[in-house]
Design a protein around this ligand. Structure first.
Ligand SMILES: C[S@@+](CC[C@H](N)C(=O)[O-])C[C@H]1O[C@@H](n2cnc3c(N)ncnc32)[C@H](O)[C@@H]1O
Length: 383
């Protein structure tokens, strides 16, 4: 859809794109709009303009300058959020040149403060990356090349590598299946290298690389694992929360001790903390006392209310061993009709529980299904 000629034509029609960007582009409006546009533009330009406006609207969630950028649907989906890209770029800012290997439409390179060389196999994405780099005023050059072949330069000290984790049909879970496969980094020789992989990556699969692993979450959602090599290497796992830009490093602390009963509050650590296993480091950072309910469950409990990007907290008004009839009785007794269900370590799905409880009242409660020393319990937070 986005040949160089079509991209050139779109670049010459900024008013059309700006106007479409303000339009209602929900499914019901697309066809009438396309029909209307086709009266003034060739069909392929009309379709590409509409698609660009639709993607720009969507991309505002990731990029502050989305309104001037170009995307394909898949490349936008794969692109790093601007805030995460900035976090990557800060780590490479001390190098005078950086390579962005598998740069796509340039989501990561837009945040680079040094000269960046973008490489990708896909010529359409490279055209878009060139345009997008201009929008952000990034000093950049581009090479269309296959990363499976020897790199087309040998004088760039640092690199960021973001292999594709999907093919045309499905998500790719093993790093061996990434495009290109992760193994390829062993043929490269950079002073510093960062590699973005799935946050769910199996640690056993990458242990042989000996990388420092940083789990990164954004707005409480786990986004990626970033592998650090060369001058950026560290040992173990770190956890970073964005946009706060705070990082926990491993200090070798023992896990928090176990408690016999839930305390006044339940804490759910940010998923980056959970994935990095840095519970005690987080508690020390927050000067918070807390305990585990169970050896295998990532909930903590303590007596202090706390608001922090590192965890979410719920007041525990009531708790009991999990018995459906007992739970229904308690909730009905309090006239609770709407519940929000949270769970860790329970086989029951929120939908199943809603259905089984069959509540009718007009009050709300958060119902938390979890375990205390391996036994199913339920925690209730009213209001
Ligand atoms: C996850 S995307 C990169 C996204 C980018 N970091 C961003 O934020 O926009 C991976 C990119 O790797 C490219 N790619 C996949 N296999 C490649 C190969 N063998 N050589 C070069 N690029 C490749 C894809 O075309 C795709 O653009």
């Amino acid at each position: 859809m986005f040949s160089p000629e079509i991209l050139a034509a779109l670049r010459e029609s900024p008013e059309l794109l700006a106007e479409l960007m303000q339009a209602d582009l929900s499914a019901a409006h697309i066809l009438p709009l396309l029909t209307q546009l086709r009266k003034s533009y060739p069909p392929e330009i009309a379709a590409a303009a509409l698609e660009t406006a639709r993607l720009r609207q969507k991309a505002t969630a990731k990029f502050s300058r989305a309104a001037d950028m170009f995307f394909t649907s898949e490349a936008l989906q794969q692109a790093s959020h601007e805030i995460i890209a900035r976090h990557h770029a800060q780590k490479l800012a001390c190098f005078d040149r950086v390579a962005d290997l598998g740069c796509g439409i340039g989501g990561d390179m837009l945040a680079q403060t040094t000269h960046v060389t973008g490489i990708d196999l896909d010529s359409t994405r490279l055209h878009m990356a060139r345009h997008n780099a201009n929008v952000y005023g990034v000093k950049a050059d581009f090479v269309q090349a296959d990363l499976a072949q020897p790199l087309p330069f040998n004088n760039i000290p640092a690199a960021f590598f973001d292999p594709a984790r999907r093919d045309e049909r499905k998500r790719l879970f093993s790093v061996r299946d990434y495009r290109p496969p992760l193994d390829i980094i062993q043929t490269w020789c950079f002073d510093a290298l960062l590699v973005k992989v799935s946050p769910g990556v199996q640690i056993a699969e990458i242990a042989y690389l000996g990388a420092g692993i940083e789990f990164i979450s954004h707005d409480g959602e786990l986004k990626e694992a970033l592998l650090h090599f060369g001058q950026l290497q560290f040992s173990g796992r770190q956890a970073t929360i964005l946009p706060e830009g705070e990082t926990l490093v491993p200090l070798g602390y023992e896990p928090p001790s176990l408690t016999d009963a839930p305390r006044r509050y339940l804490y759910e650590p940010d998923p980056a903390v959970i994935r990095a296993g840095l519970f005690s480091e987080m508690l020390a950072h927050l000067s918070l006392n807390a305990y585990r309910l169970d050896e295998d469950i990532a909930y903590l409990t303590g007596d202090e209310w706390i608001e922090s990007g590192w965890l979410r907290a719920w007041r525990i008004d009531d708790w009991m061993p999990f018995h459906l009839k007992e739970l229904r009785k308690v909730l009905r007794g309090k006239n609770i009709g709407q519940i929000t269900v949270k769970k860790r370590g329970s086989p029951i799905s929120p939908e199943q529980l809603q259905h089984l409880l069959h509540l009718k009242g007009n009050q709300h409660a958060t119902v938390i299904l979890t375990q205390l020393h391996g036994q199913p319990i339920v925690l209730l937070s009213y209001g």
